[in-house]
Design a protein around this ligand. Structure first.
Ligand code: ADP
Ligand code: ADP
Length: 239
């Protein structure tokens, strides 16, 4: 079933200069898509326009049947609550402990005043603990997030995104700041956890080897255009 339909997506930051020059893509539920391409190709712009972290200039993004470019206010917040984000620099609250950071994934899913006072349900807390154990962070649950290593922080980032119970996860260079070993651990957790929960995933990477290993579909972007769309075995050196 189709989850995302992107039609003629264009993004212009400055006059005349298009970072995206007309992207057409259809992405189905359960796909694990890796977007690759050189620095400045538009990968980040592409991924961030899906949940409207940046606004598109032209075109349309149909997510779960809703035109993202048209919604605002409450409806936009509802749509965003179904899209988990994972960032290169983790974006954790360093002075908060690990479980609180994970529970932040529930923001947008619980009434605002409850989240304000940290009144998460027992069920939510148990789910957060379960997720943290799953990614091997049982010892870190009550540590301050700022004390963790990069690889551990990104595992918290994954748990926070999953805690949203999202339909889609967008990961913008999630392993770009990690050593190869931590990067592998992150990709494996992301793959396993999204597969189990049938969550669609779009990941920006610049490492082609990782893309080949984990993606069910690879999309190559160059100068704001899709130049490759296929499986790992179709990927040749030129792309
Ligand atoms: P990638 O993620 O593939 O490295 P980006 O999406 O970050 O590429 O950038 C695509 C192009 O858009 C680049 O030329 C970049 O300089 C430009 N760009 C990105 N963000 C902005 C911005 N906020 N303002 C102006 N230009 C930008
Ligand atoms: P990252 O993609 O790792 O977040 P970048 O160095 O690509 O970091 O960009 C950092 C910030 O600067 C981003 O918010 C991006 O949108 C913005 N940016 C990137 N290129 C440009 C540009 N040419 N002009 C203005 N802002 C830019």
């Amino acid at each position: 079933k189709e989850l995302l339909k992107i039609t003629q997506l264009k993004k212009k930051y400055d006059k005349e200069i298009y970072a995206l020059k007309g992207i057409d893509l259809s992405i189905n539920e359960g796909e694990f898509v890796v977007v690759i391409g050189p620095s400045g190709a538009g990968k980040s712009t592409f991924i961030r326009s899906i949940n409207r972290m940046i606004d598109l200039s032209e075109g349309s993004i149909l997510f779960d049947g809703v035109a993202m470019e048209k919604v605002k206010g409450k409806k936009l917040r509802e749509q965003r609550a179904n899209i988990g984000m994972i960032f290169q620099h983790y974006n954790l609250i360093h002075r908060s402990n690990v479980i609180k950071n994970v529970l932040h994934g529930r923001l947008g899913k619980v009434p605002f005043f409850k989240s304000l006072f940290g009144l998460y349900s027992e069920e939510d807390k148990q789910e957060a603990v379960r997720l943290l154990k799953k990614v091997g962070l049982e010892e870190q649950i009550y540590k301050r997030a700022g004390q963790l290593s990069g690889g551990q922080m990104q595992r918290v980032g994954i748990c926070r995104a999953i805690m949203q119970n999202p339909k889609l996860i967008l990961a913008d260079e999630p392993i770009a700041s990690l050593d190869p070993n931590s990067a592998k651990i992150i990709m494996e957790h992301l793959q396993t956890i999204t597969r189990e929960r049938k969550i669609t995933c779009i990941v920006n990477l610049h490492q082609v080897d990782f893309a080949k290993e984990y993606a069910t579909r690879i999309i190559g972007i160059k100068a704001g255009k899709v130049v490759f769309d296929g499986v790992a075995s179709d990927l040749t050196e030129e792309v």
